[in-house]
Design a protein around this ligand. Structure first.
Ligand code: F6R
Length: 241
C-alpha cells in the first residue's frame, strides 16, 4: 500500500482529484466509486475546478456511490442523493443516467441491495474507489463487526456513527438508524482504491487500519490485502502512525 502525507485537507483533496482526473484521462469511461461526508468535499471542489478549466471530462464516466440512509427522502438536505447533486453532480458533466446511488426508500431493501450489486457487476466493476474512513474504522457503512460482509446490505448504524453524523442533522433523533451500504466485496474488487483521511479524529482509525491486524472490528484494515491502495492523509490523520 502507498501512504502519502500532506499539510492540509485542501492538498489531500487536490491529490485525490489528480488521481481521479488521471484515471479519466487514461480511461474516459471509467467506473468511479464515490463517497459522501465532509472528507471528500475538497476533492469534489477541485474536480469541479479542473472540469471548468477543461482538464477533466465526466461525459462518459459512470459512478456508483457507496451508501445511502434508509427511509430518508432523496430531497432531504442530509440525504446522500442531495449531497452528491449539490456538491458534485450539478457542477460537472456526468450523464445523469450514468450516476448510481442505492435507493434507501425502496419498498424491498434486500431486493434493492441485490439490484445494486448486479448493476455494478454489469458495469464491469469499479475502476477507482474513493473512500473516507469513519472514526470507528468503517468504510462505506461497513461498521465494526466480527465479519466482513461481501455484498451490498442493510446496516444498523452504530452509536458512534450516529453520533459522528449527528452534526448534519437538527437532533440526534433525526439521524437515520439504518443505511444501505456497498459490501466489502465490491469495495475490495475495485481496481484501485484511494482512501482519504483528514483531522485528528481519524488518527486512531487510520493507525488501526494500517498498523494492527486485519480484523473486521476495523473494517478498513481489509484494504491492506488490496494490491493498489493509496492512503492520502493530512498530518493530523497520520499523527498516530
Ligand atoms: C460516506 C461513507 C463513510 C464516510 C465516513 C467519514 O459515503 O461511506 O464511510 O466516508 O463516515 O465521513 P466524514 O468524511 O464525514 O468524516
Amino acid at each position: 500500500m502507498q501512504v502519502h502525507l500532506y499539510d492540509s485537507s485542501a492538498q489531500v483533496g487536490q491529490a485525490a482529484a489528480i488521481l481521479i482526473g488521471a484515471q479519466l484521462i487514461g480511461k474516459p469511461g471509467s467506473v468511479l466509486g464515490l463517497a459522501t461526508g465532509s472528507t471528500p468535499i475538497p476533492t469534489y471542489r477541485e474536480l469541479i475546478r479542473m472540469h471548468r478549466a477543461g482538464a477533466v471530462d465526466f461525459s462518459s464516466a459512470v459512478s456508483f456511490n457507496l451508501d445511502e440512509y434508509c427511509r430518508l427522502p432523496e430531497q432531504h438536505p442530509c440525504s446522500y442523493h442531495y449531497f452528491m447533486r449539490n456538491e458534485f453532480f450539478n457542477h460537472v458533466n456526468f450523464a445523469p443516467s450514468n450516476t448510481h446511488m442505492p435507493n434507501g426508500n425502496a419498498v424491498d431493501l434486500l431486493a434493492e441491495c441485490a439490484r445494486y450489486d448486479q448493476v455494478i457487476a454489469k458495469a464491469g466493476g469499479i475502476d477507482l474507489q474513493l473512500l473516507g474512513i469513519g472514526r470507528n474504522g468503517h468504510i462505506g457503512f461497513n461498521e465494526p463487526s466480527d465479519q466482513f460482509v461481501y455484498g451490498c446490505h442493510v446496516v444498523k448504524l452504530t452509536p458512534s456513527t450516529i453520533q459522528a453524523n449527528r452534526r448534519f442533522f437538527d437532533t440526534e433523533a433525526d439521524v437515520p438508524r439504518e443505511a444501505i451500504s456497498l459490501g466489502i466485496g465490491s469495495i475490495i474488487s475495485a481496481k484501485r482504491i484511494v482512501l482519504l483521511a483528514t483531522g485528528y479524529d481519524k488518527a486512531q482509525a487510520v493507525c488501526r487500519a494500517i498498523r494492527e491486524d486485519i480484523d473486521p472490528a476495523t473494517q478498513a484494515s481489509i484494504l491492506r490485502t488490496h494490491p493498489d491502495v493509496i492512503f492520502l492523509l493530512d498530518r493530523a490523520a497520520a499523527s498516530k502512525l
